[in-house]
Ligand binder design. Structure first.
Ligand code: XUL
Length: 577
């Protein structure tokens, strides 16, 4: 049956694929098309969507490959029978921090696209550099040191921009780019983020950078809501502040702004309606919090290979270990983010060690032993209250939260005397590691988000309202149970079941909101009124349980002390070496 309009498209230009997802006004998904960079692209030779130069720890992606992907995804949607004439709005989600460098012919190329030719053939001509530095790039240590020092300290940089300097952030990346490729930089007229690159294609001119995604650059002063001239001056170096300001452009404060109508090229080639509105695309993490009407004090925990914690909050309390972004749709709100390198992989190591010890029963679920052990182990490894708590850190990869080398550490902690001892005494390894690793990951989240949560009612301790789990680990009920015990969540722990579509859905909902909102209607109001919770979320575990919450509150002191002690030890070892 043909779909009646209006329709909205959300694109997700992520590391490994481009996806286009089409929804109706009442948020029903009617089309999805995907292009996997490794499997479907031709001529780029990428692995997991990127190219690498290991000698310099560079990771980057060919921009022309994204154009090839967009040609293909639009064609797939056409082949599926999408009536482009019904599409009233387009938005997108882009992998964060990556930058695209346009040459001086860019505006002319974008405005003059020939409907008979692909984007790949035409738009690649508008670039001053063929590659986009990727968020996995780690080539900018020197530039990060400059950024962290420039305003006086990491802390001062975090206060101004929401984050301390990170390799992947766009400011340090641009600074390195202009030294490594001075000729390309000279030929650059504009710099886009991946998200604003996406919007530029449909707009037929360079789109402004998005108000939330701009916070992933170390260049935007969040409190002042404008570019930080000092940091721009550092980044611009000899080419000067004004030149860089022109390259970056103005940033509209309204995430739902109508940037303009769709470019003629898409009307002529795909029969889009000429009135289709282009809405700012945002970053993939900001788009993820738009995949549901997330309220302040609701937390989202993405349990993938790595762990990401996202929360919408009215409070701006930056810290070098965390990230703050402007909320993508709602001014006065912020998105708080924790981005860990370790998560699922670390749990898998423990799971495999347990399987080795217990033996794997034929055909059993891969996590069945691990789950059984988690559920039968006492909280904090304490069989009796007089026993010390067992806690550890499990980092098969170098971690950023906290900034620590890879390794594994085990401690006993006596909550009464606050005595912390690095030891495996009393540990039955690897069995005791199962509960300890999940607790460790959740304690780290509780520690770093505790300044942002509030008491839901008198006599109840501060905690999130709901905890939503997403990603692979959200299917694991033992993890959900421990998440509720450690983090609380007065309304419980929920699984958000949107497959791999969270970012694309969030982008599509953003387009719906931007086009259909009444004056001053917030995203949460509009989407909240149309979103059918029962279709997407399931309550999978209890949240707040007073006794457990209190016990983990005591464990939190030990956990914090343990991290500090390890960091101190490591610093001492380094200075001795
Ligand atoms: C966030 C980050 C990643 C990318 C990946 O800071 O670097 O989550 O956005 O898509």
């Amino acid at each position: 049956m043909a779909t009646q309009g209006p329709l909205y498209i959300g694109f997700d230009l992520s590391t490994q694929q481009l996806k286009g997802l089409v929804v109706t006004s009442d948020l029903k998904v009617v089309h999805v098309a995907k292009f996997d960079f490794d499997a479907d692209s031709s001529g780029f030779n990428v692995k997991k969507g990127v190219l690498t130069n290991e000698a310099e720890r560079e990771v980057f992606a060919p921009v022309a490959m994204w154009l090839q992907a967009m040609d293909n995804v639009l064609q797939q949607l056409k082949d599926q029978g999408l009536d482009f004439g019904l599409v009233r709005g387009i938005s997108g989600a882009g992998q964060q921090h990556g930058s695209v460098y346009w040459n001086h012919a860019a505006e002319k190329v974008l405005a003059g696209l020939d409907k008979g030719k692909s984007l790949e053939v035409q738009v690649a001509e508008a670039l001053s550099h063929p590659h986009s530095p990727n968020w996995q790039d780690a080539s900018t240590q020197k530039q990060c040191d400059q950024f962290d020092a420039y305003l006086g300290s990491e802390d001062a940089l975090a206060q101004a921009t929401g984050s301390k300097a990170h390799h992947r952030f766009t400011g340090p990346q641009i600074l390195r780019f202009q030294h490594k490729y001075p000729e390309s930089y000279r030929k650059t007229s504009r710099i886009s983020l991946v998200s604003s690159f996406l919007a530029s294609l449909f707009l037929g001119k360079i789109a402004p950078i998005d108000i939330s995604d701009v916070c992933g650059m170390n260049l935007w002063d969040i409190k002042e809501n404008k570019w930080n001239d000092k940091l721009l001056t550092l980044t611009a170096d000899s080419s000067g502040l004004e030149d860089l300001k022109k390259k970056l452009g103005d940033v509209p404060h309204d995430g739902g702004k109508h940037l303009g109508k769709i470019d003629r090229y898409f009307v002529e080639r795909y029969a889009f309606h000429p009135d289709c509105t282009i809405v700012p695309s945002t970053g993939d993490n900001p788009a993820t919090i738009l995949a549901l009407p997330l309220r302040p004090l609701d937390a989202m925990v993405s349990l993938g290979t790595s762990t990401t914690f996202l929360m919408s909050t009215p409070e701006y309390k930056p810290d070098p270990a965390t990230h703050f972004f402007n909320h993508p749709t709602t001014s006065g709100l912020y998105m708080f983010m924790l981005c860990y390198k370790n998560g699922g992989l670390a749990r898998e190591y423990v799971r495999d060690a347990i399987d080795k010890k217990l033996g794997k029963s034929e055909g059993s679920h891969p996590w069945s032993n691990f789950d059984k052990v988690v559920l039968s182990s006492p909280a904090a490894g304490q069989s009796a209250d007089s026993d010390p708590m067992k806690m550890g850190l499990y980092f098969p990869r170098p971690e950023i939260v906290p900034n620590l080398r890879n390794g594994e550490w085990h401690f006993n902690y006596d909550a009464g005397s606050k005595k912390l001892t690095e030891t495996e005494e009393g540990w039955d390894r690897p069995l005791d590691d199962a509960r300890a690793i999940v607790e460790s990951q959740m304690l780290s989240l509780r520690l770093r988000s505790r300044a942002l949560v509030h008491s839901p009612s008198e006599g109840i301790p501060a905690q999130p309202r709901r905890v939503y789990l997403v990603g692979g680990g959200s299917r694991n009920k033992a993890i959900a149970k421990v998440a509720g015990e450690v983090l609380g969540g007065i309304e419980g722990v929920y699984k958000l079941d949107v497959g791999e579509n969270a970012c694309a859905l969030g982008a599509a909902y953003k387009a719906v909101w931007a086009v259909e909102r009444s004056p001053d209607q917030t995203f949460e109001e509009l989407i909240g009124g149309r979103w059918k919770e029962e279709e997407f979320v399931e309550r999978i575990a209890d949240g707040y349980q007073p006794e457990a919450f209190e016990k983990y509150g005591k464990a939190l002191d030990g956990f914090e002390a343990m991290e500090l002690q390890i960091l101190k030890q490591e610093a001492e070892n380094k200075s001795k070496a």
